[in-house]
Design a protein around this ligand. Structure first.
Ligand code: ADP
Length: 402
């Protein structure tokens, strides 16, 4: 076994043994300039000797070819990956991104209360199913809103009707109150005037004098009732100027003190005068204080004091949960008189509600008071217990915004 480059002479014993057994032997050797060479030894039969054919193949070209092929594959593969990525991004924008942004814009408009627009997607996939669901939801919400609106309108018109009925009831009560209040003095006047005209000759001058006095006092009473009614009906807007609340109260007390009640009125202003200024109509507020103090004096049977406390308080209007707390002039008129029955308490501010005897009260004082206080942007509150006493508290804003 001899090769051209003597390689076969360097075959190891194992390889020679394999060839001898008729097996093929292959091996790689680096051969100078040729580089790596692959050798195959195929056993052949040679007469009287052992032989083998040696085949040699230079591997350098093949590995260059493989290297180039590998680089080409990597480049082509990368280009394919990049192209696929671009296609995916473009498809993603058109197939998912655009419909999603349309849906998001639609949801924003729903959030703003616009239920009328519909979102239309051309695709037939989950997103278009979502859009259809959104459209159906908007239609249902819109129908519910229309129903709600119709019901609200119905409720408003029912309330309007009730308010109209309420107004009619008030007018009815007003008419019956006027008829009742004016009817009695008119009967008395008519009777006395009739007596004078029928028996003018037989009546002595003293009797004529008595009848004339009665006619005059009843006419005065009617004048007072009509004046109260006019005050009640006129509802002129208050002419507000800066006034010290304590001054208004003291003037009212002075006026009432001439009326000869047993009880006295005590005025207390624990904070001092300077903080008791508010913008109000002094004439109207004096009317308010006169009404409240006179009612209190009438309720106190024995010679006990009625106490009027005037102070500045920081509070919020009742029933207005959004209102910020503000400064209010608080004037409380407190008596320990007869008090007000629980069933009468909600009625005391109604026009013509009175528990006083005929000729004693018109039932207009508190309703006028209520109107004036509300015209000033304030409110009036009452606490009372029968047999214990009553406290009427008026709140008048001390700040423009209150
Ligand atoms: P009037 O005094 O002419 O009756 P008002 O409107 O001033 O009319 O009062 C209505 C009713 O409220 C009174 O008839 C009385 O029953 C009740 N009232 C008002 N103030 C008091 C008070 N301080 N104590 C007890 N009852 C009162």
């Amino acid at each position: 076994m001899e090769g051209e480059d003597g390689l076969s002479s360097r075959l190891d014993a194992d390889a020679v043994a394999k060839l001898t057994r008729g097996q093929t032997v292959s091996l790689r050797k680096r051969q100078g300039e040729k580089g790596l060479v692959q050798y195959f030894f195929l056993p052949i039969e040679v007469p009287e000797a052992e032989g083998a054919i040696q085949l040699a193949e230079a591997l350098e070209d093949r590995s260059r070819y493989i290297r180039h092929a590998l680089v080409r594959e990597i480049v082509v593969g990368s280009l394919i990956v990049l192209a696929s990525g671009a296609v995916v991004i473009v498809l993603g924008v058109f197939v998912i991104g655009r419909p999603l942004s349309l849906l998001r814009a639609r949801i924003d408009r729903i959030g703003e209360g616009n239920l009328s627009e519909q979102v239309a997607l051309r695709s037939r996939d989950e997103l278009s199913a979502l859009a259809e669901g959104l459209n159906a939801m908007c239609s249902r919400l819109s129908a519910a809103r229309e129903r709600e609106h119709a019901e609200t309108q119905k409720r408003i018109s029912a309330m309007e009707q009730m308010r109209h009925m309420d107004r009619l009831t008030t007018i009815g009560r007003l008419a019956s109150g006027i008829a009742h209040e004016l009817g009695t003095p008119l009967n008395v006047i008519g009777g006395r005037a009739g007596m004078i005209s029928d028996d003018a000759i037989s009546l002595c001058s003293r009797e004529i004098q008595t009848n004339a006095d009665t006619i005059k006092s009843q006419a005065d009473r009617m004048t007072q009732i009509i004046r109260n009614l006019l005050d009640f009906a006129r509802q002129r807007p208050p002419k507000r100027i800066e006034v010290n609340g304590e001054e208004v109260v003291r003037q009212a007390v002075e006026l009432v003190s001439c009326l000869g009640y047993n009880a006295r009125v005590q005025v207390e202003s624990p904070q001092g005068r300077s903080s008791l200024v508010a913008k109000m109509d002094p004439v109207q507020m004096q009317q308010v204080m006169t009404n409240l103090i006179e009612n209190a004096l009438q309720a106190v049977l024995e010679a006990r004091d009625v106490v009027v406390t005037i102070e500045s308080a920081i509070t919020t209007p009742p029933g207005d949960i959004d209102a910020a707390a503000g400064h209010f002039l608080r004037i409380a008129v407190k008596d320990d008189g007869v008090g007000i029955a629980a069933e009468d308490l909600p009625l005391v501010f109604d026009p013509f509600f009175t528990t006083k005897d005929v000729g004693q009260g018109t039932g207009l004082g508190l309703s006028i008071t209520y109107g004036i206080v509300h015209e000033h942007g304030g409110w009036i509150d009452v606490q009372s217990k029968p047999g214990v006493g009553s406290c009427f508290t008026v709140y008048i804003p001390q700040e423009e915004s209150a």
